[in-house]
Ligand binder design. Structure first.
Ligand SMILES: C[S@@+](CC[C@H](N)C(=O)[O-])C[C@H]1O[C@@H](n2cnc3c(N)ncnc32)[C@H](O)[C@@H]1O
Length: 436
């Protein structure tokens, strides 16, 4: 039996969907949607609270996919908010093997951007509904136009708490879209923490600097304020930074190249992680959308910037104010977002949010130990001193990481007069990493 799935956004149902509802033998849906669409009198209803119990009841009524519904003359109708094919019930119904006809309404995300008067093919949409909030927060840190589907314990206040005061954003909180109780409120993350919000809601998290394509950044100190011009040339391919018209919705296709040459970064006395070492470090760090990466002892910020180009949220940490200023300049040049935190590691790390992966370009074994205590997935350490390899390896292993190490030594082809080439040896570097 084909199940009819009807989306509801406050507008009258399309006539065919209305006919399915009128002929239904069972109607399943959220309490608000069932009330709003007006289920015909006498038709059995199931209010969708416990989704798996509702799916069992649907399967029983639909004849468990045997093509012979036992739900009477009419069919089974499922009513859901917005577009049921977008973070909605369609996925779970298909997973149970049901054949479906879907009548979508306008998604809450589409509705929210419409209320804000914004395009959204360049937006990143994240769901924190029944999922970890930190991934959504990291996407908001990394990108300038994000829609967050919220859930209990992961609403505007919690988002605001995670982003304020170091990530300058504007919130558009859209409650009860399409319902009589609809309310659309604009506020700052800090303000969102003290207000009362009603479910359901969608939060648009916007970097207004990106919209204005403004340059300039925040002062940046040990607190880790975001640096960048907000134009997001990273994987999200935001409002600026990516040449030409958009051809793909959501996060962009990612960088065309990585392990960029050292000349891509302003640096002091060649204090920049060399491209060959960066290539391995990036491969092990695996920076991606939803991640938070720390670059500890960031120097020029080359690793931090490359991680941001992959779409990750990034904090660059350095104790030296000149280095921090240099990182900010490099960040602006590359049109990415990176928070810069000035202060000595490991002390400065205590106040930072949990990283997925950490690159340690400077600092002793005590810094590696502190990073290993906090990193969720991976720590990568670049070392010049032979004596540091074993303590670093041991620190990672002791923290429960599977530790590995390699010595990298690149010989680059360098031109000689007369069209000949020689091998120009770069300094050997040890890369020690641990992953969980
Ligand atoms: C499981 S998702 C469903 C999304 C739905 N398929 C859609 O297209 O809107 C649930 C989340 O959608 C958002 N949502 C659903 N209906 C909403 C409404 N009427 N107003 C605002 N947000 C809504 C909320 O963030 C809610 O936590």
């Amino acid at each position: 039996m084909t199940i009819s799935v009807i989306g509801y956004d406050g507008s009258p149902l399309p006539p065919v969907a209305g006919n399915r509802l009128a002929a239904a033998s069972l109607v399943v849906g959220g309490a608000r949607q069932l009330r709003a669409v007006g289920v015909p009198e006498g038709v059995p209803q199931i209010v969708m609270g416990d989704v798996s119990a509702a799916l069992d009841a649907i399967a029983a009524a639909a004849g468990e996919g045997d093509g012979e519904g036992d739900g009477g003359d009419g069919g089974v109708v499922v009513v859901a908010g917005g577009d049921p094919g977008f973070f909605g019930i369609v996925r779970a119904l298909r997973a149970r093997g049901h054949a479906l006809e879907v009548f979508p309404a306008i998604s809450s995300v589409s509705g929210a951007f419409a209320r804000a008067g914004l395009s959204w093919d360049d937006a990143v949409v994240v769901s924190a509904h029944g999922r970890e909030l930190r991934r959504a927060v990291n996407v908001c840190r990394a990108h300038g136009k994000v829609a967050v589907l919220t859930g209990p314990g992961a609403g505007p206040a919690e988002l605001g708490r995670a982003l304020a005061p170091h990530t300058p954003r504007g919130f558009v909180v859209c409650e009860h879209l399409g319902e009589p109780a609809e309310r659309v409120e604009r506020c700052r993350p800090a303000e969102a923490t003290t207000r009362t919000w009603r479910d359901p809601n969608v939060v648009l998290v916007l970097d207004e600097r990106a919209a204005a394509a403004a340059t300039g950044d925040d002062s940046g100190d040990a607190t880790g304020d975001e640096s960048g011009d907000g134009s997001s040339g990273g994987a999200a391919g935001g409002e600026g930074g990516v040449a030409g018209p958009r051809w793909v919705a959501g996060p962009g296709p990612g960088p065309a190249a990585w392990a960029l040459p050292e000349t891509a970064f302003e640096h002091r006395d060649s204090m920049v992680t060399k491209a060959e070492v960066r290539a391995l470090a990036l491969a092990r760090l695996g920076p991606r959308l939803g991640d938070l990466i720390w670059d500890v002892g960031a120097g020029s910020g080359a690793v931090a910037i490359e991680c941001a180009r992959f779409g990750a949220a990034v904090i660059a940490i350095d104790r030296d104010e000149d280095a921090c200023e240099r990182i900010r300049r490099n960040v602006r040049t590359h049109h990415v977002r990176v928070a810069v935190s000035r202060g000595p590691a490991p002390a400065v790390l205590d106040h930072l949010p949990e990283p997925d992966a950490v690159f340690v370009g400077g600092g002793g074994p005590e810094v590696t130990r502190a990073c290993a205590d906090r990193a969720l997935r991976c720590v990568v350490v670049a070392l010049a001193a032979v004596e540091r390899v074993a303590p670093t390896f041991d620190a990672l292993a002791a923290a429960g990481f599977a530790a590995e190490a390699v010595q990298l030594q690149a010989n680059r082809l360098a031109p000689l007069p007369g069209g000949a080439h020689r091998l120009a040896a770069a300094n050997p570097v040890f890369v020690v990493w641990g992953s969980k």
